[in-house]
Write a protein that binds this ligand. Structure first.
Ligand SMILES: [Zn+2]
Length: 282
């Protein structure tokens, strides 16, 4: 657990710098996707996105996002933050539907201690091998989402799309009807710590941008959400361009912050960072 705490502290530092950088770069006229505050305590602020969708901002890892996505019959809690006491009871104040916990990926700012309030968790396959330490002491049942799986909440369907890059098992959920999705840290979040390689990231960005164009999905809510930093097709194309530039040697990242995680180089362009290592240059 000591190692985990250290990682959380380091990530927190890294992200806090990024969020300041991001807010400084945000144009004044950018649309805010944050609605009314419906819950607030020392761990978490929850805001309404639309009638049946909410975003919670955790306060330990630079606005690590949790999402409550409600249908007529059931709801999904997407990610569980770093450390949010009584998250199950908080979520029950927002929705009276039965809630299932789904994680976009196994990192401690998305699958922190609050996962233990839930008897089961759904994740993409892959992370249980590459990031097994982040399931920590979870005693519940681990279930696996499959590519293309449709999760029916009752009058609202979410499609599972495998989006490896940030981690090997990262997933994105698409609500085609609503015209948006939820990407965790698969893309953007402002500061992408790359744990696979650039070719994987490029392939995933190409796959998702094509899907968004085909399905008319306008934007994705990321895993660290500051109210306006939704991912768009253009942003994914920017990430492809930057990744190709790094791979060809045309672009080169500078030194990452001392003591940071996720690699020794940071490339910054178009308002996002990709943090990587030599091993990811393939
Ligand atoms: Zn994260």
């Amino acid at each position: 657990m000591k190692r985990l705490n250290l990682l959380v502290a380091i990530c927190s530092l890294l992200f806090s710098v990024t969020s300041t950088t991001l807010s400084a770069q945000m144009p004044q006229n950018m649309k805010s996707y944050w609605g009314e505050v419906v819950f607030n305590n020392d761990d978490l602020t929850i805001r309404q996105i639309d009638e049946h969708t909410w975003v919670g901002s955790g306060k330990m890892m630079s606005s690590e996002a949790i999402y409550i996505i409600e249908g007529k019959k059931s709801a999904i809690l997407l990610d569980a933050g770093t450390r949010i006491a009584d998250l199950d009871k908080i979520v029950a104040q927002i929705t009276d539907k039965p809630v299932t916990l789904v994680a976009t990926h196994l990192h401690p700012d998305h699958t922190g201690s609050a996962i233990n309030y839930f008897p089961e968790i759904w994740i993409g396959s892959g992370d249980e091998k590459s990031e097994p330490q982040y399931l920590g002491n979870y005693k519940g049942k681990v279930n696996y989402l499959t590519e293309g799986q449709i999760w029916d909440l009752g009058g609202r369907k979410l499609e599972v799309v495998y989006t490896p890059g940030h981690t090997g098992g990262s997933i994105t959920l698409i609500d085609k009807e609503a015209g948006y999705g939820f990407s965790g840290d698969a893309f953007g979040s402002g500061n992408l710590l790359l744990f696979t390689d650039f070719s994987t990231l490029i392939a995933t960005c190409e796959k998702m941008s094509a899907k968004m164009e085909k399905d008319g999905v306008e934007y994705l809510f990321p895993g660290h959400f500051f109210g306006v930093n939704v991912e768009t097709v253009q942003r994914l194309k920017d990430q492809i361009e930057v990744s190709r530039g790094v791979l060809s040697g045309e672009l080169k990242g500078g030194a990452s912050r001392p003591g940071g995680v996720g690699g020794k180089y940071t490339i910054t362009k178009y308002g996002f960072n990709i943090v990587y290592d030599d091993a990811q240059l393939k």
